[in-house]
Design a protein around this ligand. Structure first.
Ligand code: HEM
Length: 403
């Protein structure tokens, strides 16, 4: 078999590529690249070559192969901006940016808190948080910004409750998080935001050491296996990873349904479809939209293409989730489809630890919203909406609605 040449780029394409006219679809450039090959060598913004993976099967292959590292300190690791380089190469990486066995050691400390059974038991608490947020929206009256008034506060309250972070501090940590996930934030600002958040979490962990409670952070501190920096890194990854992702799925998911009256009517008529609707929205919207970065530790051959040691790879979940080999008419939103093979939570050892919780939150938030506001509709022309194209987590910037 002749292996693809690995020295130059295969295509004139610079990552990240801009979105096209449809805000729900991945960049048309990825679709075009995918039509030619599911694995293509392109350029990063800084001119460095990087492999773009757009196929569903190839994405799974890369993400479960230990020869691809998630550690940003490994040579060839692809960064999507100078700020991302600053963010991901910090002195104390979280387990998201570590390989096994270190990754597994740290992840294991949290698995009990995120099992499906635990998320199911948390449903009454989640329902209460969602209902209270919606009570406030209704009391304030229409129109409301669904992003600010509902989609952001719900996961924020949930993660505060689990982690033991005071909700009174939510504006502070939401603004730091928002700075961190913005691709255009310059490295100095990233460094400052990380320092501030790190200082906050270190202090909080110290407080839990002296005044323990039943929160996850308190239990982590009490195990006595983590040093101060490791505790803060754990707190930071949970705070950042669990918040913007879920929040954007709630608001952008609502918009996708409002834009598709047939699907919306079906879901209202058959609320038991909420589980499959959430899976389909996760697939269709793929809010983690810049691709999961990895670096090859050794030469690896995938489908006859040679990826050399020290080369970077970006697994474009948004493209893999539209792969026609797995999802027929993948560009269509179909809440009755079996979308469970989607890769919106990643794949392999780093697959999202918070997915049972995220699923429960999304099912409750979207289901309750549609049930309690049967007349929900956009309060501005659709064409006026703006999108989070420059953020690591994609979605709609604000969503004015009325009912
Ligand atoms: C990992 C997506 C919600 C915590 C990941 C990854 C993805 C993802 C794609 C894999 C990253 C990689 O392989 O490089 C999402 C989406 C969510 C969501 C779309 C909501 C809809 C949550 C929640 C939490 C959470 C609610 C926790 C409260 C984490 C953590 C990791 C992770 C800690 C790192 C896992 C590891 O490296 O072993 N998530 N996530 N996520 N997620 Fe989520």
């Amino acid at each position: 078999m002749t292996l693809a040449h690995s020295a130059d780029t295969d295509r004139e394409l610079t990552l990240p590529a801009p979105r096209g006219a449809c805000p729900f679809s991945p960049s048309p450039a990825y679709t075009e690249v995918h039509r030619a090959a599911p694995l293509t060598k392109v350029s990063l913004w800084d001119g460095r070559p990087c492999w773009l993976v757009t196929g569903h099967q190839q994405t799974r292959t890369v993400l479960q192969d230990k020869r691809f590292s998630a550690d940003a300190r490994v040579p060839g690791f692809p960064f999507l901006s100078p700020g991302r380089r600053q963010l991901l190469t910090k002195a104390q990486p979280s387990f998201l940016r570590l390989d096994d066995p270190e990754h597994a050691r740290l992840r294991r400390m949290l698995t009990g808190d995120f099992i499906v059974k635990r998320a199911e038991a948390q449903r009454p608490q989640l329902q209460k948080i969602v209902d209270e947020a919606l009570d406030r929206v209704i009391a304030k009256g229409s129109p409301a910004d669904l992003v600010r008034d509902f989609a952001l506060p719900v996961p924020s309250r949930v993660i505060c409750l689990l982690l033991g972070v005071p909700y009174a501090d939510h504006e502070f940590f939401e603004s730091q998080t928002s700075t961190l996930v913005d691709l255009s934030t310059p490295p100095e600002q990233i460094k400052a935001a990380m320092g501030t958040l790190n200082g906050y979490l270190t202090e909080l962990a110290e407080r839990k050491r002296h005044e323990p409670d039943d929160s996850m952070l308190s239990r982590l501190v009490a195990r006595g296996e983590l040093n101060q920096a490791e505790c803060a890194a754990m707190g930071m990854v949970l705070l950042v990873a669990g918040h913007e992702t879920t929040a954007n799925m709630i608001s952008f998911g609502t918009l996708a349904l409002l834009r598709d009256p047939g699907q919306l009517a079906r879901l209202r008529a058959e609320p038991e479809l909420i589980k499959s609707a959430v899976e389909e929205l996760l697939r269709y919207l793929s809010v983690v939209h810049f691709g999961l970065p990895r670096a090859a530790l050794e030469d690896v051959e995938i489908d006859g293409t040679l990826i050399r040691a020290g080369e970077g790879v970006l697994c474009m979940l948004s493209a893999a989730n539209r792969d026609e080999l797995v999802f027929q008419d993948g560009d269509e939103l179909d809440i009755t489809r079996d979308a469970r093979r989607h890769l919106a939570f990643g794949f392999g050892v780093h697959q999202c630890i918070g997915q049972p919780l995220a699923r429960a939150e999304l099912q409750i938030a979207l289901g309750t919203l549609l049930r309690r506001l049967p007349d929900l509709r956009l309060a501005v022309p659709y064409e006026e909406l703006e999108y989070r194209t420059d953020k690591a987590v994609y979605g709609v910037r604000s969503l004015p609605v009325t009912w």
